[in-house]
Design a protein around this ligand. Structure first.
Ligand code: SIN
Length: 555
């Protein structure tokens, strides 16, 4: 049994699987075990615990509202109902959350939440504490840890996943065989030049699924966090939404407020992008000068702001939206099973349906814990393939609540032909062979990121998306034909760029197809939501519509 990725979803699964008698568990991770996007998560974990005045129904309603009509209601019900137990288990494992003077867990409010329900650690260093607790727990098991191994492809034999192909720490291709594989490789924010995601977030699990012909959905819904510090550092330092929850204000260049600071994230980012375009400025301002005891409540943010010469007690903080979280991913059922028997997905890599068109703040760590646990229970119970539940059930059902539109023909290895569909003959003819040296590869990666930020950012149009596709194609060209001689560090860089271009192609195809604005997908040329687009865009061959009768399932 192999888990690819070491964030909250992957490690939540590992800790449990390691306790299953007779099961040998391995973790494959591109960097060190403790290095994952989870570590960077700030705000916290949204969960309704016993004794709260809040209710899971309210958490469900807030999540559905943020998701703009595309959440899978069953998946959200699972999330809010099972979340509190998983949080309690994490605390039992040793995670230390912030507490009030009286000893109760402290809660913050964030955008889109109708009440304060976000648990946090170290102020806004929640991800780092969650990751620490899970890494410590994994270290106490017999799990085989493959650090600096890079899973690049799924091994498929007789219609079942049998392991992965991976680059070892020297860049040499190897096969790792396993009875089950969990894709939990995190997100794909590195598609963009301006992102809060670490360098490892290159969409690897999603690209692996696309190449294996496994359903992937909701790729147009890249969430842009409104308040990333406008600063040359990359990834961009995040100024947690918890600041607005505590009363920080958004101001434009003239010092005017222009949006409800506690609206859902997609609405705030859109309003900011509009205001920046109107005023032709590169950033706006976060005014946290009115917050009491900033340094005590937000010690990590205070330290990083002081490091760049900003004092939040007196300075307005320059901010702009940055690519933050991919709401879509590999389609799963309610247990994390994908369309390919033996292959599972969890966390940001997965499309469980809990986020719909826009993730509610602080629901991501929760999703990782809940669905990481569910898939382990399913594997322990002997499950191998998907059932007609959750998003997987909906896209294969005869009468789904949210219908699916399929984009077929995503080619293996994935990126080239699809991107070329977007560009004119002239741009297509400009494709160039890439040098495989490190500097040349880094340049191509930056070019891809710039093209995506310019054309597929917060506000999009048919034209900007076509330009982004042309830019990505120019950046990548036909650099990496099958059998590419790249080895060592170059092999890893090539694999990352290939994955970035694969997920970028999927995002661009979905964004071009969706001629409306909904959640994180905002089109200048189609500014309103359109009910005919209350559907899920799925990459893969359309499956025959089925009833919910599980007999003979999976095919
Ligand atoms: C934040 O602290 O603003 C980020 C939390 C999240 O992405 O949900």
């Amino acid at each position: 049994m192999l888990v690819c990725g070491s964030g909250v979803a992957g490690l939540s699964a590992v800790v449990r699987l390691a306790e299953v008698p007779g099961l040998r568990v391995g973790v494959v991770t591109k960097a060190d075990l403790s290095q994952s996007t989870t570590r960077w998560a700030q705000g916290g974990v949204a969960a309704v615990l016993g004794g709260d005045e809040d209710s899971t129904d309210l958490h469900l309603a807030d999540t559905l509202a943020a998701g703009a009509g595309l959440c899978d209601a069953d998946a959200v019900r699972v999330l809010v109902d099972e979340g509190p137990v998983r949080v309690s288990e994490l605390i039992a494992l040793g995670a230390v959350f912030d507490r009030e003077a009286g000893g109760g867990l402290a809660r913050a409010r964030e955008g889109g939440h109708s009440t304060a329900r976000v648990l946090h650690a170290g102020g806004v260093a929640t991800g780092a504490e969650v990751e620490r607790a899970l890494v410590d727990a994994v270290a106490a098991t017999a799990t085989a840890v493959y650090e600096r191994w890079f899973a690049t492809d799924v091994l498929v034999e007789d219609g079942r996943c049998r392991g992965v192909v991976a680059l070892d720490p020297h860049g040499v291709r190897r096969s790792l065989r396993a009875s089950h594989v969990v894709l939990a490789t995190g997100g794909a924010g590195q598609m963009f030049a301006v992102t809060t995601n670490p360098a490892e977030a290159t969409g690897d699990g999603i690209a692996m699924a696309l190449r294996a012909g496994v359903f992937v959905a909701d790729m147009e819904f890249m969430q842009f966090h409104p308040t990333a510090l406008h600063h040359p550092a990359m990834p961009r330092p995040l100024l947690s939404e918890a600041l607005r929850g505590h009363g920080a204000l958004l101001r434009d260049a003239a010092g005017e407020r222009f949006v409800d600071e506690l609206a859902a994230r997609d609405l705030v980012s859109r309003a900011m992008a509009d205001r920046m375009a109107r005023d032709m400025v590169e950033h706006l301002w976060l005014d946290a000068t009115g917050l009491e005891a900033f340094d005590r409540r937000f010690p990590t943010l205070a330290a990083s702001l002081h490091d760049v010469g900003l004092d939040p007690a007196v300075d307005w903080l320059p901010i702009a939206p940055a690519a933050h979280y991919l709401s879509g991913g590999v389609v799963t059922d309610l247990d994390g099973a994908t369309a390919l028997p033996g292959l599972w997905a969890a966390g940001e890599t997965a499309c469980t349906g809990v986020h719909g068109a826009n993730r509610l703040a602080s629901n991501s760590l929760l999703e990782g814990m809940v669905f990481g646990a569910r898939l382990t229970e399913a594997i322990e119970a002997g499950k191998v393939g998907p059932e007609p539940t959750g998003v997987f059930g909906a896209i294969s059902s005869a009468e789904p609540e949210i219908p699916a539109r399929f984009l077929a023909g995503f080619p293996a290895p994935g990126w080239g032909a699809t991107l070329r569909e977007h560009v004119s003959g002239a741009a297509g003819a400009a494709l160039a062979a890439a040098p495989l040296d490190q500097a040349g590869l880094a340049k191509r990666r930056e070019q891809l990121q710039r093209a995506m930020t310019e054309g597929a950012g917060v506000l999009r149009s048919t034209r900007s998306l076509a330009e982004a596709a042309a830019g990505v194609t120019d950046a990548v060209g036909e650099a990496f034909p099958p059998g590419s001689p790249a080895a060592g560090e170059s092999a890893r860089a090539v694999a990352e760029i290939t994955n970035l271009s694969t997920v970028a192609a999927a995002l661009l195809r979905s964004a071009e197809a969706r001629t409306e604005s909904r959640g994180c997908h905002a089109r200048r040329d189609h500014p309103a939501a359109d009910d005919t687009w209350r559907c899920r865009i799925v990459h893969g061959e359309q499956v025959e519509a089925r009833t919910a009768d599980p007999a003979g399932w999976p095919p």
